[in-house]
Design a protein. Structure first.
Length: 134
């Protein structure tokens, strides 16, 4: 989100009233410059589609991933895919998703992760609380 707002004259920033005249030593009116404010929180967020390969079916992998995602405050879902892998769609801060993936590499006790594929997309803010899809 980009927000553009005009800057306030120096008198306004210092708490002076708009009705006060400019100091006598200035002969030109105060010029305002636009200020651009970026919402850095939204810029650092992203969506990722993640495919986890290995021994990830029948070992509680989706429930492990869900528990960790919820603890980290991520949004999205995870499901078993018939081809033997698990697929997740997740949204959140880039660094938090990276932290989640580090934990996914380990998985629960009997899981054996052999490969994790990732595709990054634009953040939408439309995903609900993280949950298992059946």
């Amino acid at each position: 989100m980009v927000k553009v707002t005009p800057a306030l004259p120096a008198e306004s920033r210092n708490g002076a009233s708009h009705s006060q005249k400019a100091p006598a030593h200035t002969s030109q009116p105060t010029q305002t410059t636009p200020v651009i404010a970026y919402n850095l929180a939204d810029m650092a967020k992203e969506q990722r589609i993640i495919k986890i390969h290995g021994k990830v079916h029948g070992v509680g992998y989706r429930f492990f991933a869900t528990r960790v995602a919820r603890r980290l405050g991520l949004k999205g879902s995870i499901e078993n895919i018939r081809d033997g892998y698990v697929e997740a769609i997740v949204e959140g801060d880039k660094g938090v998703i990276d932290e989640w993936i580090e934990e996914l590499k380990e998985g629960p006790r009997y899981a054996e992760v052999t490969n994790i594929e990732q595709e990054t997309k634009d953040y939408t803010g439309r995903l609900g609380d993280f949950d298992v899809k059946f």
